[in-house]
Design a protein around this ligand. Structure first.
Ligand SMILES: Nc1ncnc2c1ncn2[C@@H]1O[C@H](COP(=O)(O)OP(=O)(O)O)[C@@H](O)[C@H]1O
Ligand SMILES: [Mg+2]
Length: 280
């Protein structure tokens, strides 16, 4: 469902934010993305929701390749992704239910369908009773639940969570983390970036560990990627793809012709489930 092949990302200044990273994530997985601040966690998530494009290598998400994707294909891809952030990014002048409804309005869902869908996700995140509250009337944990509801309302393939508990106290952190596990148990893949190593180490979930842009550990690397319904093998491309042999193993071949496309700069239009907290 998500596959990085020798992906390097350079920002205008400084060394590589991501350096020759290869990994894959399957449907329904729960994956921690961990490593210290500046390691490249947010960069990986941004490459997935196409807020950034790779400098080298290929990012494939739901059958779409960063090498061939046009600007016009980005909104449709984003509609299949849910994203949440440390700072919630809610619209402050709209209620919980209006924030969630907004994600449906921008993609043209009919008013008739919006009401029931919003009610369903607010119930799922445990906030049905606070549907008409404004963000400033909610606790941090509750605001993050609204953001999760907004991310889920389009039934995404994967929920991308960038330090979702970074602004929360211990009790809210546990609640949000449990909610993410419940969401995953009902079939949605979750990728959660966190620098909270204690949390990651206490749990037996797939873990990708980054350090200074290098993928230094992948607890799932020994498992071959199953056939992916979004990625039918294309003759001459993925045929005979090798699963990474060992955790931490060096890639066998140099990042050659995998694709150096990522020169389409403007990837940032609003829309889909990646709400920017701004105007439509
Ligand atoms: N927009 C940007 N412009 C320049 N450098 C950036 C930008 N975003 C991130 N970086 C740099 O890339 C590296 C990785 O950042 P990031 O992916 O945000 O790490 P993390 O989320 O693990 O803290 C850091 O050195 C950071 O300073
Ligand atoms: Mg980050």
């Amino acid at each position: 469902m998500i596959r990085f092949t020798h992906v390097t990302k350079h920002y205008p200044r400084g060394g590589p934010a991501l350096d020759d990273a290869s990994f894959h994530v399957n449907r329904g997985e729960f994956v921690f993305l961990t490593g210290p601040s500046g390691a490249g966690k947010s960069t990986i998530l941004k490459l997935i929701y196409v807020d950034e494009r790779p400098s080298q290598g290929e990012v494939r998400v739901a059958g779409q390749s960063s090498v061939t994707m046009t600007k016009h294909q980005i909104p449709a891809l984003r509609r299949r992704l849910g994203v949440i952030f440390q700072d919630f990014r809610l619209l402050e002048d709209r209620t919980a239910e209006q924030n969630v409804a907004f994600a449906l309005e921008v993609i043209g869902t009919s008013q008739q369908q919006i009401g029931p869908k919003v009610a369903r996700v607010l119930t799922q995140v445990g906030l049905a009773a606070k549907a008409t509250a404004l963000p400033h009337e909610l606790s941090g944990g509750e605001q993050q639940r609204v953001a999760i509801a907004r991310a889920l309302v389009n039934d995404p393939l994967v929920l991308l969570a960038d330090e979702p508990t970074g602004n929360l106290d211990d009790r809210s952190t546990r609640g949000i983390f449990q909610l993410l596990r419940d969401i995953n148990a009902s079939g949605t893949a979750v990728m959660m970036a966190t620098h909270d190593l204690a949390l990651v180490k206490s749990l037996d979930f797939r873990t990708l560990e980054l350090n200074r842009g290098k993928l230094v550990f992948d607890s799932g690397a020994q498992y071959p990627a199953p056939a992916d319904e979004f990625d039918p093998p294309v003759a001459g491309s993925d045929a005979g793809a090798q699963p990474d042999a060992q955790p931490g193993a060096q890639p066998a071949e140099p990042p050659g012709e995998a694709g150096a496309a990522g020169d389409v700069g403007e990837a940032g239009e609003a829309g889909g489930a990646v709400a920017e907290g701004g105007a439509p």
